[in-house]
Design a protein around this ligand. Structure first.
Ligand SMILES: NC(=O)c1ccc[n+]([C@@H]2O[C@H](COP(=O)([O-])OP(=O)(O)OC[C@H]3O[C@@H](n4cnc5c(N)ncnc54)[C@H](O)[C@@H]3O)[C@@H](O)[C@H]2O)c1
Length: 254
């Protein structure tokens, strides 16, 4: 089979839950997974997710919040069982504005943990029992290089993305005996609304320095992150679990 055809079949026949699919990395992932033969189920709290699905024949969509266990149970009931999941929904807090710990509002700190940590926890709790019972399945969680590195002005976000790695590794160890894999992608700066519409707008000078802070001299496209997730979710990564895959142009290699 020529390479192109193999690529198109990489996720053939898999029903894949994609959270945060209304925008950025999640939207790019939904499109890419479909190209690779999957039936993506798009989940987002933003109703724009319905438009994304409308433009993507072979996909389905649900409006819901990952902090709401009932909404996740409904997604499973209506569109499950899933073969795989890309737990990607997340929030940066403060509308992207960098604020030192001393000045960071408690309520905003809690909101970031509620979405990025508790929301992921809810997704894992909803998905893992079925995957383990069936003895198959793959999960990819979206962390960040700030899950490895400190991020001044983004401490609440960085703490939440460190927690994503803890959840990923723990879930991987719990699920491995059943043949279920759990991994994480750790993007550097990615060209999505989170960064280009909010982060860059809220922090003078950030846009100018972002590309140069990556050894490859540019930021990532959302599709490049989606490619890494697609591989980790595919059977080609059959013996890869508990892994943190940086997609950061060398940033964390420094
Ligand atoms: N853009 C970057 O530079 C970058 C870098 C590293 C990691 N990330 C991570 O990548 C993931 C995707 O971010 P993005 O850049 O595509 O941002 P984005 O803001 O473009 O998209 C995030 C999507 O998640 C959805 N969402 C947020 N909270 C939700 C909730 N509680 N329930 C359901 N949906 C929710 C939003 O509605 C939005 O559609 C996030 O986890 C983010 O932290 C982004």
């Amino acid at each position: 089979m020529p390479n192109g055809a193999e690529d198109r079949a990489m996720l053939e026949g898999k029903t894949i839950l994609v959270t945060g699919a209304a925008s950025g990395i999640g939207r790019a992932a939904a499109r890419l997974f479909r190209e690779y033969g999957a039936a993506p189920v798009l989940f987002d709290r933003d109703e724009a997710v319905m438009d994304v699905a409308r433009d993507l024949p072979g996909s389905a969509a649900l409006v819901g919040d990952i902090t709401d266990c009932a909404a996740l149970a409904d997604a499973l009931e209506r569109h499950g069982p899933f073969d795989a999941a890309f737990n990607n929904a997340g929030t940066e807090g403060m509308g992207g504005r960098m604020v030192p710990i001393a000045d960071y509002p408690e309520e905003e700190f809690r909101k970031v943990q509620q979405v990025n940590v508790e929301g992921l926890w809810n997704c894992l709790k909803a998905l893992l029992p079925g995957f383990i019972a069936r003895g198959s399945g793959a999960i990819v969680n979206t962390s960040s290089v700030t899950g490895w590195l400190g991020a001044p002005g983004l401490a609440a976000y960085s703490a939440s993305k460190h927690a994503v790695i803890g959840l990923t590794r723990s879930a991987a160890l719990e699920a491995a005996p059943a043949g279920v894999r759990v991994n994480a992608v750790l993007p550097g700066a990615v060209e999505t609304p989170m960064l280009t519409e909010r982060g860059f707008a809220a922090n003078p000078g950030f846009a100018e320095g972002a590309a140069a802070s990556h050894p490859m001299g540019r930021i990532a496209t959302a599709r490049e992150v989606a490619e890494a997730a697609a591989w980790l979710l595919s059977d080609r990564a059959g013996f890869v679990t508990g892994h943190c895959l940086a997609v950061d142009g060398g940033l964390s290699a420094r």
